[in-house]
Design a protein around this ligand. Structure first.
Ligand code: HEM
Ligand SMILES: *[C@@H]1O[C@H](CO)[C@@H](O)[C@H](O)[C@H]1NC(C)=O
Length: 433
C-alpha cells in the first residue's frame, strides 16, 4: 500500500456528514438503539426480547407499482450475486435496470427488508466507490446506465458488484459459486442451493441461524478443499461472507405476531432466490427472477438490522466455528490454507485474539475495506473521481462506525496477501446474466 492512501483517513473528514444517511434520521436512531441493546445476541433465543409485530407497517407491497416485472436481461437490465437487491429491482424498489443511487439503496433496503442506514449507507457507498462511478452502481455487471458520466467522466467502466470478486463479492457464498471453481461468482449453483434447501426440509421446513451457520461451515470447508485460489479476506471473508448467510434468515424470514423475529420456510426461500418447485418436487432456477412473496412481512420498524446486530450474529457463528475468522487463503493448490498475521496486517492495532473482542470485528473489516479501496479502484472504478469518491467513503465509514468507538487503523500492510493468488490476481472480471 502506498502512503498516499493514508491521507484519506483523517479526523477532518469526520466532520463531513454523509448526506445520504442524514436524509434518514429515524433509521439512524434505530441503529443506535440496536447498539444499546446488550441482549441482542440472545434475541433469537429469548422471545421476550422480540420486537412487536405491526401488520400494517411491516407488510411489503407486491402489487401496483411494486408488482413483479421480470428483468429484460437481453436489453441490459442488470441482476447479480445479491438475491435481495435483485428482488428489489424486480419489484420497483430499485430502478428496474439494476443501477441505483445511494438514496435508492438506503431507502429500498429499509422499505423492503428493514436494513438499518448505518449498514446500508456503508454498503452502498462502498459499492459506489469500488464497483460504480462514485454516485451510482450496478447490482450486476457493467451497464450503459452507469458509464461514469455523473462523476465527471472517467477512464474505466465501472464493473458492478458481479465484477468485484474478493473486493466485495466473496468465496464460499451460500448459493453462488466461487469464481475460480465455477467460472463466475454471480449465478446460483443448483447443487449448492439444493443442499441448503434439503437441509431446511430435513429441519421441519425451518431455515434458521444455526442451520445457516452449519451450512456455511460446509461451504467454507468445500472451498478450502477444492478451490486452489480460495481467499478469506479481511472484509469479504470476515463480514460479507457471514452477512450472505445471516441475511437469509434476518431479512428473508416472514415476520408475524407468532414469530416477530421471523420464520423462514422453503417456499419463501425459493421465491427470494428465483427458484420454483416442480410437481415432482425438483427445483428450477430462473436467473434474475427473484421475487418478494405475496403477503410477506419485513422486520419490525425500530428493529432494523444494523452493523452491531450483524457483528453480534457474526461473532456467534465464529464462536461455533472459529475458522471463519481465519484471514488468509489457499496458496495455489486445494487444501493449502495459510493464515495471515492480523497484527502485521494492521500495524499492531488488531491481533487474531482481539478481533473477537468488543466491536473490533466490524471496525477492522470496514476499516480494511476503506483502506484497500484506492488499490481496488485502479482496477474497476472511478479513476478521475478518486479523491471525492474516497472522501465520500471515508466520511460514510466514520458515520456508520461512529457508535462503535473503533480503534484507529491508520495503515494496512497487505504484503502478506501476495502469497494468495486469489487476492494477488485481482483483475477486472466482468459478469452479467
Ligand atoms: C446496499 C445493500 C446491499 C449490498 C451492497 C449487497 C451486496 C451483496 C454482494 C456483493 C453479495 C455477494 C456476496 C458473496 O459473494 O457472497 C451479496 C450477497 C447476498 N445478499 Fe446482498 N447486498 C445488499 C443488501 C441485501 C439485502 C437487503 C438482502 C436481503 C435479503 C441481501 C441478501 C443477500 C444474500 C442472501 C446474499 C448471498 C447470496 C448467495 O450466495 O446465496 N443483500 N449481496
Ligand atoms: C407470513 O406470515 C403470516 C402470518 O402467519 C401468513 O399469513 C403469511 O401467509 C406468511 N407469508 C408468507 C409469504 O408465507
Amino acid at each position: 500500500m502506498k502512503q498516499v492512501h493514508l491521507s484519506y483517513v483523517g479526523a477532518t473528514l469526520l466532520s463531513i456528514f454523509a448526506p445520504e444517511v442524514a436524509a434518514f434520521p429515524g433509521v439512524l436512531e434505530a441503529a443506535t438503539r440496536a447498539k444499546a441493546d446488550r441482549h441482542i445476541v440472545g434475541r433469537q433465543e429469548a422471545p421476550d426480547l422480540n420486537p412487536t409485530f405491526n401488520e400494517k407497517l411491516q407488510h411489503v407491497s407486491t402489487t401496483g407499482e411494486h408488482a413483479f416485472v421480470a428483468p429484460n436481461l437481453a436489453a441490459g437490465d442488470q441482476r447479480g450475486p445479491c438475491p435481495g437487491l435483485n428482488a428489489m429491482a424486480n419489484h420497483g424498489y430499485l430502478p428496474h435496470n439494476g443501477v441505483g443511487s445511494h438514496t435508492d439503496f438506503i431507502k429500498g433496503t429499509f422499505d423492503v427488508f428493514g436494513m438499518s442506514a448505518d449498514l446500508s449507507g456503508f454498503l452502498t457507498v462502498l459499492g459506489g466507490t469500488i464497483d460504480g462511478d462514485g454516485l451510482t452502481w450496478s447490482i450486476g455487471g457493467p451497464s450503459k446506465a452507469n458509464s461514469g458520466i455523473s462523476s465527471g467522466g472517467l477512464l474505466g467502466v465501472p464493473q458492478g458488484i458481479s465484477g468485484s470478486h474478493n473486493k466485495y463479492e466473496s468465496d464460499a457464498s451460500p448459493s453462488r459459486g466461487d469464481l475460480y471453481l465455477d467460472g463466475n461468482d454471480f449465478t446460483l449453483q443448483m447443487d449448492q442451493y439444493q443442499q441448503l434447501y434439503d437441509a431446511g426440509q430435513a429441519n421441519g421446513d425451518v431455515y434458521d441461524l444455526p442451520l445457516l451457520t452449519d451450512f456455511r461451515s460446509q461451504r467454507f470447508d468445500h472451498s478450502v478443499q477444492n478451490n486452489p485460489y480460495f481467499f478469506n479476506g479481511p472484509f469479504t471473508g470476515v463480514l460479507v461472507q457471514p452477512a450472505a448467510y445471516t441475511f437469509i434468515y434476518r431479512f428473508m424470514s416472514n415476520k408475524s405476531a407468532e414469530y416477530p423475529a421471523g420464520r423462514l420456510n422453503g417456499d419463501v426461500l425459493n421465491s427470494f432466490f428465483g427458484v420454483t418447485k416442480n410437481a415432482d418436487g425438483s427445483l428450477t432456477h430462473s436467473p434474475g427472477h427473484e421475487r418478494i412473496p405475496d403477503n410477506w412481512y419485513k422486520r419490525a420498524v425500530g428493529d432494523e438490522y444494523s452493523i452491531p446486530f450483524l457483528q453480534a450474529d457474526t461473532l456467534l457463528a465464529a464462536a461455533k466455528y472459529p475458522k471463519f475468522l481465519n484471514i488468509g487463503g489457499n496458496t495455489g493448490t486445494p487444501n493449502s490454507f495459510a493464515g495471515v498475521n492480523a497484527e502485521d496486517l494492521t500495524g499492531g492495532v488488531y491481533n487474531s485474539r482481539s478481533l473477537a473482542e468488543g466491536n473490533n470485528l466490524a471496525c477492522f473489516a470496514m476499516q480494511f475495506a476503506v483502506q484497500a479501496s484506492p488499490d481496488i479502484i485502479q482496477c474497476s472504478g472511478v479513476l478521475n473521481g478518486i479523491t471525492s469518491a474516497m472522501q465520500r467513503l471515508t466520511s460514510q465509514a466514520a458515520t456508520s462506525l461512529s457508535a462503535l468507538s473503533c480503534p484507529q487503523l491508520t495503515k494496512i500492510d497487505d504484503d502478506q496477501f501476495k502469497q494468495f493468488p486469489g487476492y494477488a490476481n485481482l483483475d477486472c472480471k466482468t459478469g452479467t446474466y
